[in-house]
Design a protein around this ligand. Structure first.
Ligand code: ATP
Ligand code: MG
Ligand code: MG
Length: 569
């Protein structure tokens, strides 16, 4: 296979496999911390971790990075599994960092005995102060050279519940002058006196990320440990700990290697579970699956397809430098995918009545509407036509400019799937609002009839007032008003010395949700709802889906994305 079309990580994998590294095995893992719901950034990591294993006959495991019982929860684990499956991936094995707590503990004890780790009784602040700067070496803790026996004894106590949180940590003894700050005696264990969702109260001493992650990779047999760029400076420590755990074995052979790609960062979108949790807890949104959330469950509820999300991830690709991707690119991938999938229906969101004065009262006709012009084989459904219709207020103008091709007195338009009508006028209330529009129809102009080929510039959609259902439609706009909410959040907090919530309230778009209560949809939607159909196109308006709170009595729709890119910059 030519390397040309492959991203840089694939190129590494192909080369390693060709060279027979790791006995020709490829094993990756997706390692979420169960401290929140997955977001679109995770989708990028999932597509890489699972996608590359699938493509090159390797395996990808799911490993929960459950080393912080204070923030982690079973609810999140279940949600994470559901979201990965929804995206279209499945794991070979389900693992937990907590599966390795005993092995990690044993390793830590070994390191203490070897003089490579010590218990430090200083506060977090003292330890931070002694770290130094990249250009100035740090200073040794006064506990750095304490007797091995003492550290062993205290480490036991850290785990037995006798030590308060923050009073003691275990540190690896590496190099307080190293130019890589992560080598300056990193903390590898801390005390957390809080029950763990899986191991209960068995442990009180918990391994830190750097000590747990690489070793877990090693214990599992991971070959390529793929993560995001912020872990580049951690890589030497990752390698050192693997060297330590492999001591006495061939250091080159059978070991995981870490590779980093760029994080997904989207304009007008705030990621990071920490931020999303604040938004949920403080009620800035209506839960993790609020359709305005960038979570996978939010996008699902909004009507995004997993295929569309994967298409987007494919388009942006993987590089080694950070970027700010355009949200419009995600929307266009979704549109492209939904164009293939969505059933076309008629809905009138802002209705006004159109009366066809020469159409007999009480008469109806069944018109044929194509379900999806991209897939004519999918068939048609019928839509009832009658004398009184709902059309969009926007589709009528009394004094229209020349280029207005919708309904205006004296001009013709086609009613989708039905007749050509000519507008004859309208009725207004005392305030000048149009309450009714009048037109006449040409009986020979029905689609398929001889008169149907007459050129008419505009086509508008409609619903028979007696043959439609009232429903609620929710329109969504961007949640944040600033282009780079992540950076803006940080600088607001810094400059105004405020907390994240206060900063968020300054950036949030107060008009991100518009609920329309007087919308009409065709009765065919009841049938689609009962069938479990997910993807809809309201013709001429946009892509929509049924909200989870719909019932057969009341349908509620979420706008997934408009038909065209309409975001104002
Ligand atoms: P968050 O700050 O949102 O909690 P995280 O990196 O702490 O993100 P984890 O649960 O630890 O979240 O992440 C699991 C995997 O997903 C990691 O490999 C991580 O690098 C990756 N990941 C997280 N955010 C992004 C992103 N924005 N783009 C690409 N990959 C990401
Ligand atoms: Mg993390
Ligand atoms: Mg995190």
């Amino acid at each position: 296979e030519s390397m040309a079309g492959l991203n840089f990580i694939e190129q590494i994998v192909v080369k390693d496999l060709a060279q027979g590294k790791n006995d020709g095995r490829l094993q990756t893992r997706f390692p979420p911390e169960p401290n929140g719901y997955l977001h679109i950034g995770h989708a990028k990591a999932i597509c890489m971790d699972f996608g590359i294993a699938k493509k090159y006959n390797g395996i990808c495991n799911l490993r929960f990075d459950d080393t912080n019982p204070l923030k982690e929860d079973m609810e999140y684990m279940d949600a994470i599994k559901e979201d990965i499956k929804w995206l279209g991936f499945d794991w070979a094995g389900e693992y937990y960092a907590s599966d390795y707590f005993q092995q990690l503990w044993d390793l830590a004890v070994r390191l203490i005995k070897e003089g490579r780790a010590y218990v430090d009784e200083q506060s977090a602040e003292q330890i931070a102060q002694q770290k130094g700067t990249p250009t100035r070496p740090g200073t040794d803790s006064l506990y750095r050279n304490r007797p091995i026996e003492e550290s062993l004894e205290l480490f036991e106590k850290m785990n037995s519940g006798e030590i308060e949180e923050g009073k003691m940590v275990l540190r690896a003894k590496i190099d307080m002058a190293n130019s890589n700050m992560h080598f300056r005696d990193p903390i590898i264990y801390r005390v957390v006196n809080h029950p763990h969702p899986r191991t209960g109260s068995k442990w009180k001493a918990y391994p830190m990320y750097d000590f747990a992650h690489g070793q877990s990779d090693f214990f599992e047999g991971v070959t390529h440990s793929l993560c995001t760029l912020e872990f580049v400076p951690h890589r030497p420590l990752y390698d050192l700990f693997i060297d330590w755990v492999k001591e006495g074995q061939d250091l080159e052979d059978h070991r995981p290697r870490q590779y980093e790609f760029n994080k997904l960062n989207l304009n007008y979108v705030l990621l990071s579970k920490r931020n999303l949790l604040i938004m949920v807890k403080e009620g800035l949104v209506d839960g993790w699956d609020d359709p305005r959330m960038p979570t996978l469950c939010g996008f699902r509820r909004r009507g995004y397809s997993p295929e569309g999300i994967r298409k987007f991830v494919d388009k942006i690709g993987y590089t080694t430098f950070d970027a700010l991707n355009d949200f419009a690119l995600l929307e266009s991938a979704i549109r492209e995918d939904l164009n293939e999938r969505a059933t076309r229906v008629s809905a009138v969101l802002k209705p006004v009545k159109l009366v066809i004065t020469n159409y007999p009262e009480g008469q109806t006709e069944e018109m044929q509407a194509i379900d999806n012009p991209e897939h004519p084989e999918a068939g048609c459904h019928t839509i009832t036509f009658s004398r009184e219709l709902w059309i969009e207020q926007d589709d009528f103008m009394e004094d229209a400019p020349k280029k207005y091709f919708r309904l205006t007195p004296g001009k013709e338009v086609r009613l989708k799937n039905a007749y050509i009508v000519e507008c004859s006028g309208c009725k207004k209330d005392d305030e000048g609002n149009v309450t009714e529009i009048y037109c006449t129809y040409d009986p020979d102009s029905k689609s398929g009839m001889p008169g149907a080929n007459r050129k008419v510039k505009g086509t508008i959609h409609w619903l028979s007032t007696q043959h439609c259902n009232k429903s609620e439609v929710r329109l969504y706009d961007r949640l944040w008003m600033v282009e780079n909410p992540r950076d803006e959040l940080a600088s607001l907090q810094e400059n105004e010395k405020c907390d994240a919530l206060t900063a968020m309230k300054k950036m949030i778009n107060p008009h991100s949700l518009d609920v329309l209560n007087d919308c009409y949809v065709e009765p065919y939607l009841e049938e689609l709802y009962e069938r479990g159909e997910k993807y809809l196109q309201f013709q001429r308006i946009g892509y929509f889906t049924f909200d989870k709170n719909s019932s057969s009595e009341k349908l509620i729709f979420n706008r997934t994305v408009s038909l065209k890119d309409s975001w104002k910059k």
